[in-house]
Write a protein that binds this ligand. Structure first.
Ligand SMILES: [Zn+2]
Ligand SMILES: [Zn+2]
Length: 88
């Protein structure tokens, strides 16, 4: 029991840094793989539409239609159209 709590070898700090890097990479990967979030406009339907030309996928089909000619709620860029995103 006592032995288990002995000071760790000098390699420990390196390991901690590696662990941090791994967690960082993991969180980025999880963000990329995150399930589709809901529409930022109606906060109800899934954000299945990407706005063009900025490409923000942040609204549902109905809200994408109403945003046409307006501005993207994410970047305030002009919305010239939208495209449905299909999950594989
Ligand atoms: Zn919506
Ligand atoms: Zn945008």
């Amino acid at each position: 029991m006592q032995r288990c709590w002995a000071p760790l070898p000098a390699g420990r700090p390196k390991f901690l840094r590696l662990k941090t890097q791994l967690q960082d990479a993991l969180s980025h990967a999880q963000a990329a793989l995150a399930p589709v979030s809901e529409c930022v406009v109606c906060i109800d339907a899934l954000a299945s539409m990407a706005l063009l030309p900025c490409g923000h996928r942040c609204v549902c089909a109905a809200c994408a239609e109403s945003l046409r000619g307006g501005v993207c709620p994410m970047c305030r860029g002009p919305v010239q159209g939208s495209v449905k995103i299909f999950d594989s």
